[in-house]
Design a protein around this ligand. Sequence first.
Ligand code: ATP
Length: 244
Amino acid sequence: MTTEIEFINVSKTYLNQQEVVNVLKGVSGKVEKGEIVTIIGPSGSGKSTILSLCNLLLTPDEGEVWIQGKDVGDWDIQTLRRQVGIAFQGAPMLTGTVQENLSLPKRLQGKTLENPKKYMEYVGLTEDLLLRQAKELSGGQRQRLSLARTLVNDPAILLLDEVTSALDSLSAHEVEELILRINRERQTTILWVTHDQSQAERVGDQTWLVIEGRIVEAAPTKQFFVKPKQEQTKQFLEMRREYK
Ligand SMILES: Nc1ncnc2c1ncn2[C@@H]1O[C@H](COP(=O)(O)OP(=O)(O)OP(=O)(O)O)[C@@H](O)[C@H]1O
């Protein structure tokens, strides 16, 4: 097995209105090549911050983040961001056509996108949409486009932040299936933040529970949901089930 992502005792603080907030407190964990790690936890616990450290949207204050055996700080940032794609809730798009949005990663490199239809087809969008304004697409179509756009760089790693939470259940299911296909066919390593426990259970190989900036439990997904070891995990899962 090859380790694609490794967090070694990572801490991160933010300054919030003069107050120092410890958002991550000694996070350690490994993600192996081709694995899907689902990250769950309460709102504000630090899940998105963990993702942001993997493509240098943020840097750790303490500890190290390694991507493909190299400290993130030693990567050329453009190369890193091609290797590590990211998609967000709501799939934000630039003003412009679908084609312009899709080819953005190439345009940023001063190149043109050779075969836009290939990417549209891969994510299940019809080619006649290429000339439409991206902002006119439905939520599900926009998320597919956002995934297609990350695929243009052929990333080895995908960071997903609540990518289905703004979608109706059918679109969410379709986007989930698409991501699983990307993982299967391209051996893409995926770090997937979701508040949807059943999704985390369906799609994960490993699951991490983050509470107040710490990984309180990291385990193979099946074991995590069926036989969690930590009391905090049991309580968290129980609370969510009751809430549902
Ligand atoms: N740029 C920032 N400046 C200051 N504080 C921030 C910043 N980004 C995040 N935070 C704070 O850091 C904490 C963790 O945020 P983060 O977005 O990582 O949590 P999360 O678990 O992903 O939350 P959610 O599930 O609500 O998206 C929160 O208290 C948040 O307010």
